[in-house]
Design a protein around this ligand. Sequence first.
Ligand SMILES: CC(=O)N[C@@H]([C@@H](O)[C@H](O)[C@H](O)CO)[C@@H](O)CC(=O)C(=O)O
Length: 315
Amino acid sequence: MTTGRISEFEGIYVAMYSAYDEAGNVDGERVKKLARYYAGTGIKGLYVGGSSGEGMLQTVEERKRVLEAVVEEVKGELKILVHVGANATRESVELSKHAEHCGADVISAVPSIYYRLSEKAVENHWQQMIDSTSLPFIIYNIPQTTGFHLSMPLFERMAKQDKVIGVKMSGESTFELQQFKDAGGDDFLVFNGPDEQFLGGRAMGADGGIGGTYGVMPELFCALDRYYAEGKLEEAKSLQFKINRIIKKLLGYPSLYGACKAILALRGVETGQPRLPLLPVGEAYRDSLAELNREIEAVTEIVIEPDLRSDEIVR
Ligand SMILES: CC(=O)N[C@@H]([C@@H](O)[C@H](O)[C@H](O)CO)[C@@H](O)CC(=O)C(=O)O
């Protein structure tokens, strides 16, 4: 049985990539075009300004402009979750208030990075954001990039607050994911972070997923989620394997984000290069990316074809 909160937010969220012009500046029109590209793919919503969105590489003003463009384009069609984590608490609070003012649905944040912070400091950092708006809050746990390990006692203190509705679990342990689900309770949302183990995360209790590579194959993750929900586990497993072959190739380019952005460009959705220090992916890779794009499109064609028998999907 799903509770109100779960049914309101469960599902597939694209962690949206940045959209810059050729000079590398935030381009509102490109942000809108990218957001529009996802509306109608079956996803539940967008996660704006997270890792894939390069929020941590942008100024507060740029982050505001990105969110404003997304809200203007798809508010009401897609749920809008916004990452407001910044190194300084005061910037995070400013971004939180801006998110509420704009009409975002949920705020979310990683801990502050660089300084080795105590649990108390991270708790206070998050609490200031939570207290600054009436929006629900989703903890963003990604220890492999932040270096901060979210302990169970801190998780439990956070999760017992009404406004803290979920955790985006980008750590790789599905056991830990399951522990969050168990401790959070029936009404607490858990989102799978590692796209490569979406199915494992779902089987261990995740209510959906938030992922960067969804951005080049949203229909595949929607289909995977559907197969799992319908109990079609063989089909789901086979589709996850196909997806993982694609992700493995994407991870072989100078940067994952650059490769995904290049694939979007091949589809007519220009978003520029990732911002340095994330490496660009240049012309030299065009042919291999075009081939990878064809591979994604071929799998997509099969999963969205309603008349195909499910066993044809997987062979
Ligand atoms: C470490 C990392 O960046 N993880 C990604 C995944 O989507 C990741 O790109 C994917 O699993 C490929 O490894 C997401 O969990 C991050 C995310 O959703 C975000 O962009 O905020």
